[in-house]
Design a protein around this ligand. Structure first.
Ligand SMILES: [Fe+2]
Length: 242
């Protein structure tokens, strides 16, 4: 089974279309989303439509969750808050209701999918620091988990009796006797210094994970954000992948 992973789309339809086209070209048999379909970007409705129409299963991301909290307030940066409030104002009720149906966890038997940590809700810590990584791995029910949230492709691995390691993700043959969490990076707002959309392909029969970076019309996505009168930092960061 070839599975494609997308996540942290963040209302960036230009990046999402390019990512899906690449996954189709690689003949993946299914696509799974690690959450944050909306927030930051100017096309939340278009992104929800595409994920929904293609029947792509998705977990709940923190921005998806915030969007369902009409009148809510959150400990996030002002620009992110501005985008959430704009998204709430521009999505019809049935889109918001659909976001509210997204599960926190998807379990596919051999692996789980979660937006951030397997432990924390409604907090959304980044699973890259020691304390959060240890707690996440303790509660990770399968050997393998795919997550998002960090907006950078990350590999967390742990072998009994050895220190936990957190590294950038590259192509990877799954090591035996290790518990792994694979951060699939971000389609719509990468933060690892590479502006291209990140997608991951998991070949389950060969136990091989492949990271792909997909160029997309980033200037178009940037202009959409400026046209929606978001803080310009949300537009400009797309160009540098940060
Ligand atoms: Fe995100």
């Amino acid at each position: 089974m070839l599975t494609g992973f997308i996540g942290d789309i963040h209302g960036n339809i230009d990046a999402l279309e390019a990512a899906l086209e690449t996954l189709r070209a690689h003949r993946v048999e299914r696509i799974i989303c690690t959450g944050d379909i909306v927030g930051y970007g100017a096309c939340p409705r278009e992104c929800i439509d595409l994920v929904h129409q293609l029947g792509i299963p998705s977990v709940l991301g923190n921005h998806d969750h915030y969007t369902t909290q009409i009148g809510g307030d959150w400990a996030i940066r002002p620009a992110a808050k501005h985008a959430i409030r704009w998204t709430q104002a521009h999505l019809e009720r049935d889109y918001v209701d659909w976001l509210a149906t997204l599960p926190l966890t998807l379990d596919f038997g051999s692996f789980t999918v979660r937006h951030a940590s397997h432990v924390w809700f409604p907090e959304w810590p980044y699973v890259i620091h020691r304390r959060e990584v240890i707690q996440h791995l303790l509660f990770q029910p399968r050997r393998l988990c795919f997550n998002g949230h960090c907006h950078a492709p990350v590999r967390i691995s742990h072998r009994a009796g050895k220190p936990i390691s957190v590294d950038s993700l590259g192509n990877l043959l799954l090591p035996r006797n290790q518990r792994l969490t694979i951060g699939v990076g971000s389609v719509g707002q990468p933060r690892d210094g590479d502006w291209r959309a990140a997608v991951v392909i998991f070949d389950e029969s060969r136990e091989f994970i492949r990271l792909l970076r997909v160029p997309y019309p980033v200037e178009k996505a940037r202009q959409r954000i400026l046209d929606a009168h978001f803080p310009s930092e949300l537009a400009d960061r797309l160009l540098v992948g940060h």
